[in-house]
Design a protein around this ligand. Sequence first.
Ligand SMILES: [Zn+2]
Length: 346
Amino acid sequence: MTNSIRIFRVAGIPVELDFSFLLLMLFIYILAYLGFVSLQLAILITLVFVTVVIHELAHSYVAMGFGVKINSILLLPIGGVSRMEEIPRVPRGEFLISIAGPLTNILIAMLVSVPILLDVTGPLTGLAGEFLAVNLLLALFNLIPAFPMDGGRILRAILAERMGHMRATEIAASLGKIIAVFMAVLGVFYNFFLILIGLFIYIGAEQEYQATLISSLLEGVTVADVMTRDPVTMDPDITVDEALEFVMSKKHMGYPVVEGDEMIGIVTFHDLSDAERTRNVREVMTEDVVTVNEDDELISALEKLNSMNLGRLPVMGDGRLRGIISRTDILRTLNLLRNKKMKREN
Ligand SMILES: [Zn+2]
């Protein structure tokens, strides 16, 4: 994402501000300067966003303890987002990572209550009281068991101890969607913002459910189980014209280019149809080939295909070309496994 600026690092985690967030803050301070809102409100809003960053840092910090790599924390006008790799499927890990955020808000509220109770806040009493209240609200709001919000993740972790990751996700995501719809309906009558949050929760719950379903269906399946063995390969020294004729007869979209015993590139129908007919395959092929190993988990091949936006990957074993695996192969396998699971359940 390029619409953000990196402002500082805490414990090695970069914190980034989205430009829309900066505009919002600027807007609020201009309003305060012009006298439309109080300076106290502007300061309170600033403090709340600082708190949101601390909340996300707490999640990230605990996650790092479980070996999760943290990419960054991004601050948007609607709140903070920790961009981290997938949380390990250890219920205790997810529980602690998720509860760290709301606990931080409770801790801040407790710290702020001390000077208020000691009556030493003077003219800042109003601000301190509001800041305390906001932190308690943030803690309570995040603890609503609407997956994928913190409370929903805590619920999934507790359920996962008893019934396994997949079933726990199913229940937590369903509950998350019900609460999301409820929030949106409530939003129609009370606050437009709730509709937006409901929508985010609904989409988030569905996405995480699908991702968990896919990784659970593909658990234990390796690339070798699904790949096409002995793939049709192409000779680097034939012309594009000859290659296109070859493609018409074989009807695949991509071919490893093999010279002797070695794969030296990959060429797709698109590479060929865009190229001059008299050139050689060697000149139009892609040389930097992304490959997978035949022993790799199928899910990691799917992630590679998705993240690099590729259609197929050559499969290697002992340094030699063993097969080819395409996105279509994986989706077909997924559908088969999904049907099998549904039949089992009915
Ligand atoms: Zn949180």
